[in-house]
Design a protein around this ligand. Sequence first.
Ligand code: SF4
Length: 245
Amino acid sequence: MLVDTERRWANRKDRACRGVDTKVFFPDSGPAGHVPSTATSELWAAAKDICQNCPVLEECRRDTLGEDYGVWGGLDERERRRLRQALIREGRRWPKDKRLEWGKFLHDLRTPSGAPHYTRKVRMDWSQIRHLTGVPSVLGQELVAEYEEHLAAVKAERKTKVVDRPLPERTELPFPAKRGKRDLWVRHNGVVTDAFYKGESSDGRWIFVHIGVGRGHALKWIKAKDVRFHRDVPRYVISDKERAA
Ligand code: SF4
């Protein structure tokens, strides 16, 4: 798991900061980037000591890199800010599969279905994503662009993929030489069968037949090349009007 966006570990009863005064973890640290006061530094140090004995230290540190204030996972806000800056350089050196893994993760967060439930499944913006994952938006955008490019290439490749499979041979079934009991032979659904003549199209390209199908029968238009008469029948042209009816 890259990041647990639901922070399930926070529900653990044995996490070390449970019941500790929040002022220890979130003292007033002044404006971002300023050197903290001695009092703040002392409280941060006390909070970090508590974190060292926490059973979810690892998960907490992984999932709170984007937090702006206080001590989380044994790190104060200045340390997390430095780590986020370092992550931009680091991320650019990640191997391709790791970049794609992160790209997909961040890409999914940008879709309503991939966003965590507490966002009400609304597409997250880059500042929310930075806060949730710790990935600075400049790196996040690079990773998502790379993943989307990869996705497009995979789709294009799938579209043009050539699969070498032999096509089934079409065998023209021969008509029997003998006469049948009805008017004509019909090649239909891979068999030759005896059928009644019911008419034909004005250009003679289609023959209308009464044919046995399974245990029943049906009226069907069959291509003339798949029909062989074995009885003289009076020609009956079915007009377009009749066909529509
Ligand atoms: S690592 Fe620290 S901040 Fe995180 S849950 Fe444990 S005690 Fe709390």
